[in-house]
Design a protein around this ligand. Structure first.
Ligand code: ADP
Ligand code: MG
Length: 468
């Protein structure tokens, strides 16, 4: 490993091990002066910092160096880096450092949230945490669709690690999962700036894990995550594609869980429907609180639109707001998109707009949505039955003939793809008891669609039959 790489690895590991205040004061400017088989010499800015590092952080640094360099004998030595040295005298410290040095000497790292400087401490925390500060509770509209998830989220802010652990939120895209789980993280940091909170997508979490396995420093990876107070993982369903990595994921997850740290995850489906998920992970999720977010009802959609307009200091006539809410019922992301479209349209037309204009403006874009609304499960099953000449009765029967099973699986697939029905509901419509057969059926047709032209064509034909 190159010196620079070693340094970056050490710094990264430190950043999660110590508070950001300590990191900024003592570690930010360290350099590597030399390495041999026995000693890693680290340079720092001045003798004050040297004393602190030696007295307080040498064991940590030794342990890290040994892990990173895979050498149990290596010891860290601290020297003042003469080239970059600022001063050897505490009195010459820049003002900020002096304050922090005092804090340190008083052994008091508690952050007082009342003064300005500490606000920036919160900002630094948010930066480290990868949270987006725009997602807060104050701009999250609560309706009957997300009430339970919201209440649980608030309880977690009050009692991280204790109230509901792990917390598993699921729902379709654009319904506010990311917003809610980030709001929890932001609120926890506001309340407890000393907490280490980290938000990341499951994809980047796994990528980081893979990297560390390749670079043979999985220990550092574990260390980094083990140290968190709150881990927020978004889009956990991604893990189903990575069966091989679930073991390591489970270890990290378990270590945090057993240490009483809060784990929050979001997914587009409940744990029972994530395919190829190891049973022990699934049951861990189910052992905590599982809450869903549904599509918002009309009232909630109106409230969301009103809220967005308030945020932007804009307004629209209430009949227009109502119409937008009525026309766009799929998800909140589309609702926001529609509102933006209308706002621009309204500005261009000097706010002289009618409900009819809105219908025209939005209907074009969301014709798919309004068409989708009219299709019901029975129509899909009937269409499959006609197209494949298999009776609905047979489709719903326990019969295992190849062509009947195929027709049934096509139904499963289309009920999911077109109506996005829950597996339990699909099972009910098709007279099945067990929804695991539904998971199997859907993924089988998904594969076939990509590999078998006839299946792809059949799906197309059935869709056009029902005007989808
Ligand atoms: P998901 O993660 O479920 O796909 P997001 O959290 O990204 O959805 O939400 C999509 C958009 O809708 C975001 O801009 C978010 O701020 C907004 N949003 C979602 N739910 C709400 C809500 N209850 N109140 C206000 N805005 C919301
Ligand atoms: Mg999301």
């Amino acid at each position: 490993m190159k010196d620079k790489k070693i340094l970056t690895t050490i710094l990264e590991a430190l950043q999660v091990k110590v508070s950001s205040q300590v990191f900024r004061t003592y570690f930010k400017d360290i350099t590597i002066i030399s390495i041999d088989s026995k000693t890693l010499t680290i340079g720092c800015k001045n003798s004050f910092i040297k004393t602190i590092l030696e007295n307080k952080y040498l064991p940590t640094l030794n342990e890290m160096a040994q892990k990173i360099l895979n050498n149990n004998l290596i010891k860290v030595q601290i020297v003042v880096n003469v080239k970059n040295s600022e001063s050897h005298l505490y009195n010459d410290f820049p003002k900020d450092d002096k304050k922090e040095a005092n804090l340190f000497l008083n052994n008091n790292f508690k952050i007082d949230t009342t003064n300005e400087e500490n606000k920036s401490e919160v900002d630094t925390k948010i930066n480290f945490s990868r949270l987006n500060p725009k997602y807060t509770f104050s701009n999250f509209v609560v309706g009957s669709n997300n009430q339970l998830a919201h209440a649980a989220a608030l309880a977690i802010v009050e009692n991280p690690g204790k109230a509901y652990n792990p917390f598993f939120v699921y729902g379709d895209v654009g319904l506010g999962k990311t917003h809610l789980i980030q709001a929890i993280g932001n609120a926890i940091i506001q309340k407890n700036p000393e907490y280490k909170v980290l938000y990341c997508s499951t994809e980047s979490f796994l990528n980081e894990m893979i990297q560390s396995i390749i670079q043979k420093n999985i220990a550092i990876f574990r260390e980094k995550y083990r140290d968190l107070d709150v881990l927020i993982l978004d889009d956990i369903h991604f893990i189903s594609k990575k069966e091989g990595l679930q073991e390591e994921f489970f270890n990290t997850f378990n270590t945090l869980y057993q240490a009483g740290r809060q784990i929050i995850v979001a997914s587009d489906r409940p744990p029972s429907e994530i395919s190829h998920l190891e049973n022990r992970i699934r049951s861990r999720f189910e052992g905590g609180l599982v809450a869903d977010i549904q599509k918002p009802d009309l009232e909630t959609r109106v409230a969301i639109l009103q809220n967005k307009l308030n945020e932007r200091n804009e307004d629209l006539p209430s009949n227009i707001i109502y119409k937008i809410a009525e026309l766009v019922d799929s998800n909140i992301r589309e609702l926001e998109g529609a509102l933006l479209k209308v706002s621009i349209f309204a500005k261009v037309h000097n706010w002289n707009i009618s409900v009819n204009d809105i219908i025209q403006l939005l209907d074009r874009g969301s014709s798919v949505i309004s068409k989708r609304k009219k299709i019901n499960p029975l129509e899909i099953i009937n269409a499959v039955s006609e197209e494949l000449q298999i009776s609905v009765k047979d489709i719903k029967s326990p019969k295992r003939h190849q062509e009947i099973v195929y027709a049934r699986q096509i139904c499963m697939f289309l009920l999911k793809e077109i109506l996005n029905l829950q597996l339990i509901k699909i099972a009910k419509h098709l007279g099945r008891k067990d929804h695991t057969t539904i998971i199997h059926g859907i993924s089988k047709i998904e594969n076939l669609r990509n590999t078998d032209k006839d299946t792809a064509k059949l799906i197309q034909q059935i869709k056009s039959k029902i005007n989808y």
